[in-house]
Design a binder for this molecule. Structure first.
Ligand SMILES: Nc1ncnc2c1ncn2[C@@H]1O[C@H](COP(=O)(O)OP(=O)(O)O)[C@@H](O)[C@H]1O
Ligand SMILES: [Mg+2]
Ligand SMILES: [Zn+2]
Length: 456
């Protein structure tokens, strides 16, 4: 009989200890370490064909490359983040907050793929078949090749895969299924790892594409997708504001392509719709008049530039210590920009609340947005404006100097396409050529302010 052993595992990061700890020494989470009983006879880790104990080293010049088969999802934004379609036999993790639209996009993708003749098995571990049917009706999906299987037992799923031999399997979600080989409950680190391991075996040995949905969790009760990231081939995170209509798919890891690529979708009654020209979405609510506290940046998400409005509100504080609120920009980045504005520009913000908002609810994690953020704050504090036809691009250093940014050509082209007439860019990027837009290179933050700010 298999041996039952107890382990204490952090549900956030997978760290293992021999006993209870209040705080995880690996990731710093509190109360995330729980006991998991397990039967030690678990499945073997199976690697892609050829990675076995008896394989021998070969010269790199003698290695033959097998053809990598890519399947288009017919959703071009999705294909782009995948690096040109799903690679047959790969395992893809889609991670996101509950309710963001993971089931929706995968049902849509399944619908599209099955229309083009692929046989799809959609394992629904959270919703009943009739719930899925309702969603499918709403999304207009009705296909001969799409099988819905409400099931939470992995061994049953496995035998259905054997019987049906689908081209693709969707697991919705990894936290809701369990394997009999392990006694700990569904959603625990051991279960998630073991289930992923078995699914990996299926993907690699049968050449079936497996897409796994993982909920991102804040509490430690069920394990998050973090514990799976190193096992799978592709990790896609699904982001966006649940209360706003658009969503962003971002590739975080891709063994077959570029990462940091983003795809933009809009959530509607008929499901997720691709947004091919996202700038319409982010800029169309903007007024044409310049207002204090507004600046347009051209950020570079993956290989695609986006023009986005940054808004700031600065006002005297009723609190003992002023508030700083950042929506869509990194909080410590905001604090750094505020410190530079105080020290190098002489803006006194010590008794002012500062709120910064990226319009459209998108997240910016790129330093090229710094200068735009600084100008939004500075114009609001001084009640002046940046001309509404101007875009701002640049990273700010601690001494107030402007650092160059990547992909400046693409950013300027995007600004031209969106109808902007003038661009403030870093001095070190000044060799860029574009005669459709007036280019103003700046060395320091203070120069940028004098180059584009005028009275309101
Ligand atoms: N009847 C409906 N009409 C329009 N949108 C809906 C409807 N039902 C659900 N939605 C949208 O779908 C989202 C849920 O998506 P879902 O794919 O179930 O998320 P997840 O699988 O990530 O938890 C909801 O937040 C809502 O925006
Ligand atoms: Mg769901
Ligand atoms: Zn941890």
């Amino acid at each position: 009989m298999a041996k039952v052993k107890s382990k204490w595992i952090c549900q956030q990061c997978g760290y293992e200890t021999s006993g209870y700890l209040g705080k995880c020494p690996e990731c710093g989470s509190w109360g995330s370490i729980t006991e998991e009983k397990q039967i030690t006879q678990t499945s073997q880790n199976i690697y892609p064909q050829g990675i076995e104990n008896n394989s021998k080293p070969s010269l790199i010049k003698d290695i033959q490359i097998g053809e990598e088969v890519r399947i288009s999802t017919n959703i071009s934004e999705f294909d782009r983040i995948l690096g040109g379609g799903l690679v047959q036999g790969s395992i893809v993790l889609i991670a996101g907050d509950p309710g963001i639209g993971k089931s929706t996009i995968l049902l849509q993708t399944s619908g599209e793929l099955s229309k083009s003749g692929q046989k799809i098995l959609y394992v629904s571990a959270e919703e009943s078949a009739s719930q899925l049917k309702l969603r499918a009706n709403r999304l207009g999906i009705n296909s001969d090749n799409l099988y819905i299987y409400p099931q939470i037992n992995l061994e049953n799923i496995q035998s259905q895969i054997e019987e049906l031999t689908p081209d693709m399997v969707v697991i919705d979600s990894i936290q809701a299924i369990y394997s009999q080989t392990i006694s700990s409950s569904a959603g625990s680190v051991s279960q998630i790892r073991e289930c992923c391991n078995i699914l990996m075996q299926i993907a690699k040995t049968k050449n079936i594409t497996v897409i796994v949905i993982g909920h991102v969790t804040k509490d430690g009760n069920i394990a998050g997708p973090k514990v799976l990231e190193h096992m799978v081939d592709v990790v896609i995170s699904f982001e966006g504001d649940k209360y706003k209509s658009y969503r962003m798919l971002r590739s975080m890891k891709n063994r077959f392509g570029n990462t940091s690529e983003v795809g933009i979708f809009e959530m509607g009654v008929k499901g997720l719709r691709e947004v091919k020209n996202p700038n319409e979405l982010f800029l169309n609510e903007r007024s044409q008049d310049a207002i204090p506290g507004s600046a347009i940046i051209v950020t570079n998400e993956g290989t695609r530039p986006l023009t986005v409005e940054i808004q700031a509100l600065v006002g005297s504080t009723p609190y003992p210590s002023p508030r700083r609120v950042a929506n869509g920009v990194d909080f410590s980045r905001l604090l750094q920009i505020l410190a530079v504005l105080e020290k190098r520009v002489g803006l006194n913000l010590s008794k002012q609340d500062v709120y910064v908002n990226v319009m459209g609810g998108i997240e910016i994690d790129e330093p090229g947005a710094d200068l735009g953020i600084a100008l939004a704050i500075a114009t609001c504090a001084r009640d002046v404006v940046v001309d509404s036809q101007t875009v701002i691009i640049g990273e700010i250093g601690l001494s107030g100097e402007i650092h160059p940014v990547s992909n400046i050509e693409k950013r300027l082209n995007e600004a031209v396409t969106s109808g902007f007439k003038k661009a403030i860019i870093p001095y070190a990027n000044r060799s860029v050529q574009n005669d459709k837009i007036q280019i103003v290179p700046v060395k320091r933050l203070i120069d940028a302010i004098s180059a584009c700010v005028s009275p309101a």
